[in-house]
Design a protein around this ligand. Structure first.
Ligand code: NAD
Ligand code: ZN
Ligand code: ZN
Length: 391
């Protein structure tokens, strides 16, 4: 079959690889009908996530039709149309039972790597390195889905692939980022990053009752989409002074009640985990001259507020103003998304017409065109906001 594979920093290829097979009774195999490229894939492409290996199959936002079912799986049958959440969950461990799905204790097959990096194992993720289980991803014609009696979301007829696909990651990710803010009706929510995740943070913040949303980026078409959703926008290339001061000015000195970092790592981790400490010293700035988003968000948050971090970090991040966080009594929440907590509720909202997640798609292409589309998405060429690939 064809699959998008990682061959090193900036080197993604559409390869011919063996078809996956059922390996466990609970598995299913799905024939991919649509998959997407995520900002998290860009961290892999840019070489910021440790423990990638040449030939790893990428992709964690995918859906398709069930074509083979393990003997022990009574949830799914051949022909079911499913979206597969990016987090792999056993459904039985103490974290899964608590609803902390993205830190499932049993689904990561590379416990030693995760433990080295994070102190404890975290859940397996599709297409996301040998830090998170070394599972083949969904940017491929066929995908093996382990523990497939737990998380896959059966999609009813009448909901298109493009409406359903983002239930597996970026819609619940934006939703959880907003939910972590415990939004109250008077809240002003500041959101850094107007990429796909930031856009779902904006929609979710309003759906959860925010009074105002301030969205920050420097890509005009992404800011325009944020404005269309009702956000007030800051183009950080076009303001004088600091972003926290600017937010104060926009809020009569009040500041942002809640802040969301929907940007995450850019230059803050490294492919070689042992070299992270050295890199961290040089990684205090985002890009070349901008203060890092998480630091800015902590400084911009009003006392007693919440900083929510859906942005992905692979290693360490230096010079966090923890004094400001501590003395202002901030709450900081983060994590890979517990997709299963939200997926059925969000599916219902799509079915009821409350939101159509396909608003985010700007580019449609085939798997073979994937390597080129990775570059288009990374470099924000051609007004690209979200790419969907079909087999
Ligand atoms: P993206 O790369 O398309 O979007 C990031 C946006 O941030 C871009 O529009 C970019 O212009 C903007 N940006 C860069 N520097 C900025 C700065 N200093 N201030 C404000 N904006 C800035 O990626 P995406 O798909 O939207 O994903 C965003 C983040 O969410 C990534 O880190 C991704 O890994 C993460 N993510 C997390 C989860 C989770 O489970 N927590 C799930 C999916 C994605
Ligand atoms: Zn993703
Ligand atoms: Zn589990």
């Amino acid at each position: 079959m064809k699959a998008l594979c990682w061959h090193g920093k900036g080197d993604i290829r559409c390869d011919s690889v063996p078809d996956p097979q059922i390996e466990d009774d609970r598995d299913v195999i799905i024939k991919m009908s649509a998959c997407a490229i995520c900002g998290s894939d860009l961290h892999l492409m840019d070489g910021y996530i440790p423990f990638m290996e040449k030939g790893d199959i990428l992709g964690h936002e995918f859906m398709g039709e069930v074509v083979d079912v393990g003997r022990g799986n009574s949830k799914l049958k051949v022909g079911d149309r499913v979206v597969v959440p990016f987090t792999i969950c056993c459904g039985e461990c103490s974290q899964c039972r608590r609803g902390n799905w993205s830190v499932c204790e049993r689904s990561n097959r590379k416990v030693e790597n995760a433990t080295k990096a994070f102190g404890y194992p975290t859940a397996g993720l599709f297409g996301y390195s040998h830090l998170t289980g070394a599972y083949a991803g969904g940017q491929a014609e066929y995908v093996r889905v382990p523990y497939a009696d737990v998380s896959p979301i059966i999609i009813p007829n009448g909901i298109s692939d493009e409406q359903a696909l983002f239930l597996g990651d970026i819609f619940p990710t934006g939703w959880m980022a907003a939910a972590n803010c415990e939004i109250e009706p008077t809240d002003i929510v500041a959101i850094w990053g107007c990429g796909p995740v930031g856009q779902f943070c904006i929609k979710s913040a309003f759906m959860q009752g925010a009074a105002r949303v301030i969205a920050i980026d420097n890509v005009p078409e992404r800011l325009a989409l944020a404005a269309a959703a009702g956000a007030e926008i800051i183009n950080f290339d076009q303001i004088d002074g600091t972003i926290p001061d600017h937010i104060k000015d926009m809020t009569a000195g009040h500041g942002a009640d809640k802040c969301i970092d929907a940007v995450g790592a850019e230059s803050h981790a490294t492919a070689s985990f042992d070299a992270i400490i050295d890199k961290v010293k040089a990684a205090t700035l985002l890009g070349t001259d901008r203060p890092h988003v998480l630091r800015t968000a902590i400084m911009a948050c009003r006392p007693g507020g919440i900083v929510s971090v859906p942005g992905v970090y692979g290693g360490f991040l230096d010079k966090i103003p923890f004094g400001a966080a501590m003395n202002k009594g901030l709450t900081i929440r983060t994590g890979q998304t517990h997709v299963n907590r939200y997926s059925l509720d969000l599916l219902r909202r799509i079915e009821e017409g409350e939101i159509d997640p396909s608003f985010i798609i700007t580019h449609r292409a085939t798997l073979e065109q994937g390597p080129e589309l990775y570059e288009t998405f990374r470099d924000k060429k051609d007004n690209c906001i979200k790419v969907v690939l079909t087999a």
